[in-house]
Design a protein around this ligand. Structure first.
Ligand SMILES: Nc1ncnc2c1ncn2[C@@H]1O[C@H](COP(=O)(O)OP(=O)(O)OP(=O)(O)O)[C@@H](O)[C@H]1O
Length: 288
């Protein structure tokens, strides 16, 4: 696999919040999910990658070239969908497209019209009259209409209903059909990633806690349920997180084999991405 985007020792300070020593690579042909709870630094990471926030240190390369000094190439080859959607409210979709399209040397009008029709959007409609889901679809239509290699999206599914979220995941999979494509998207709705993500990066308080293939991550961990009587000083240590209720315990472990040897009569299940994420970031302390 070839690396498309490489982040080395990225540093960004924003008020009292820090990203430091951040390193990761986005590979061609992979959908990478950036996950973390509210305030963990997902938007800051993405805005710093895109140069919307000036970085305080480190390097970001795209196709081996520094992003800072190759703005034109980067703009043409990266499609961006941001949470806020930087649109002029008083313009129609057609007018807004006319502002944006000339910025791309390989703008594909036919592809754009196809997405507009597919998403049931109307070119004469004003941006101000679009619902949140329609805005997101318009942003995606724009991002996909200039033959980008990499699609970067910040919380594209937040506030969307399950039907539209599912449709968006289908579009991402379609986009990935072409060789050399890659998607990087942040979300705190981890269920969206179950179906589509190849790689997961878990960030908390500006630091990467996990960066590995989704399948390996879920194989490596287990959700274990059992009776209180099985817990003792030694077995408790086998869990990354452990919750006790009046009916028993439930915990996440990355020591599946040892745990099964030490604890009989437990139920061992494959965890969800959310189970694993909350185990590492102390889910009970966070508000979802
Ligand atoms: N302009 C700013 N000035 C100072 N601090 C900021 C600024 N923007 C964000 N922060 C802080 O940086 C931290 C990370 O915020 P960020 O928006 O990157 O998190 P996030 O993971 O995207 O959260 P969410 O899921 O809520 O969108 C938070 O503590 C936030 O309060």
């Amino acid at each position: 696999m070839n690396s498309l985007l490489e982040v080395k020792e990225l540093k960004k300070k924003l008020g009292g919040f820090h990203i430091e020593h951040m390193n990761f690579t986005l590979e061609e042909g992979c959908i990478t999910g950036l996950i973390g709870v509210n305030g963990s630094g997902k938007t800051t990471t993405i805005k710093t990658l895109l140069g919307l926030y000036l970085k305080d240190g480190g390097t970001i390369t795209f196709h081996g070239k520094e992003i800072d000094t190759n703005e034109g190439m980067v703009k043409n080859r990266i499609g961006v969908v941001l949470d806020e959607g930087y649109f002029y409210e008083e313009l129609t979709l057609k007018e807004m497209k006319s502002v944006i399209a000339p910025a791309y040397s390989n703008w594909d009008e036919l592809a754009f019209i196809n997405y507009i029709n597919r998403f049931n959007l109307k070119l004469e409609q004003k941006i101000a009259d679009l619902s949140k889901g329609m805005r997101m679809k318009f942003a995606i239509a724009l991002a996909l209409s200039h033959h980008a290699d990499l699609l970067i999206m910040d919380e594209p599914t937040s506030g969307l209903d399950p039907l539209i979220r599912n449709e968006l995941m289908e579009i991402l999979l379609e986009f990935m059909q072409e060789e050399g494509k890659s998607v990087f998207f942040s979300t705190h709705i981890t269920s969206d990633l179950d179906k589509v993500a190849d790689i997961l990066i878990l960030i908390d308080n500006g630091k990467i806690l996990l960066n590995e293939s989704k399948d390996e991550l879920l194989d490596r961990h287990a959700l274990v349920k059992g009776d209180h009587s099985l817990l003792n000083e030694y077995t408790r240590e086998l869990f990354i997180s452990l919750q006790e209720t009046p009916f028993g315990f439930e915990g996440i472990t990355d020591k599946k084999e040892i745990l099964c040897e030490q604890m009989s009569n437990v139920v061992v299940e494959r965890p969800s991405i959310e189970n694993v994420m909350l185990a590492y970031v102390g889910g009970d302390r966070h508000d979802f």
